[in-house]
Ligand binder design. Structure first.
Ligand SMILES: Nc1ncnc2c1ncn2[C@@H]1O[C@H](COP(=O)(O)OP(=O)(O)OP(=O)(O)O)[C@@H](O)[C@H]1O
Ligand SMILES: [Mg+2]
Length: 244
């Protein structure tokens, strides 16, 4: 579904992504791991069009998407969440998701109409799928950190993605919130057949849920393979885990 082929990206003279490769197959749950500054977020920005690669190709569903805008890429079916929660804090949980459903349907202008009845079913079904139904009428700002991050996933789902990209979905969460969120992500992948790409620092989380893991180090792809292959890779042990 998604291929990154030999991608490069520099900022001034600093090479943030230095020949990265990634394959995400339809229906897969894929993790990108690597130390701070490895280039994970930059890779995600290159996929979603927030940044453009200096070199290399990003191919989504057999189409070269390098030249498309972030908006066009979103329309093609890629939605994402950010490393830092990105919600409308004063709107209710329901409204946060409704806005995203409406914009996907090209109806964002109707927000100025009495919006109570628009896209209610779709919005409610998304809230239910992430377990936020009880909190639908709370202002987003009043949610606990873990629920705000889950709300962000719900907002991304409003875009009806085929590929969902999550940048450190469990960052800052308690252990309980982390396991609930990973269960949710696994469930979205398994029961809704959604293709999901995420990055994460918690290795236990990654090795428990990911079907395929891509390891980055200083902007390069060290390996992409099954959890087993990654665990046994000498290159990974040397560069990433710091084992000589
Ligand atoms: N807009 C930018 N301008 C300059 N340097 C940048 C920019 N964005 C990222 N970088 C640098 O590129 C490198 C890769 O950053 P990136 O955010 O992709 O890392 P990361 O793997 O997501 O790290 P973390 O795990 O800390 O989130 C870092 O050294 C970062 O400082
Ligand atoms: Mg990052």
């Amino acid at each position: 579904m998604l291929h990154l082929e030999n991608i490069y990206k520099s900022f001034d003279n600093f090479i943030a992504v230095n020949g990265a490769n990634l394959t995400v197959k339809k229906g897969e749950l894929v993790a990108v791991i690597g130390p701070n500054g490895a280039g994970k977020t930059t890779i995600f920005n290159l996929i979603t069009g927030q940044l453009k690669p200096d070199n290399g190709r990003v191919v989504f569903k057999d189409e070269d998407i390098n030249k498309l805008s972030a908006y066009q890429i979103c329309r093609r079916g890629i939605a994402r969440s950010f490393q830092i929660a990105n919600i409308f804090p004063r709107l209710t949980v329901f409204k946060n998701v409704q806005v995203s459903v409406l914009s996907q349907e090209g109806k964002s202008k109707t927000l100025f109409y009495p919006a109570k009845k628009i896209a209610v079913e779709k919005t409610n079904s998304i809230l239910e799928s992430v377990g936020l139904t009880d909190k639908a009428e709370y202002p987003a700002a009043s949610l606990a950190h873990g629920d705000q991050r889950v709300l962000e996933i719900a907002i991304a789902l409003g875009n009806k993605p085929e590929l969902l990209i999550l940048d450190e979905p469990t960052a800052g969460m308690s252990p309980d919130e982390t396991s609930a969120t990973m269960k949710l992500i696994k469930d979205l992948s398994e029961s809704q057949g959604l293709t999901i790409l995420f990055c994460e620092h918690d290795m236990e989380v990654v090795f428990n849920v990911a079907q395929s893991i891509m390891v980055m180090h200083q902007g390069e792809t060290i390996i992409q393979g099954s959890p087993e292959e990654v665990r046994n890779s000498k290159d990974v042990q040397e560069c990433y885990l710091g084992v000589g």
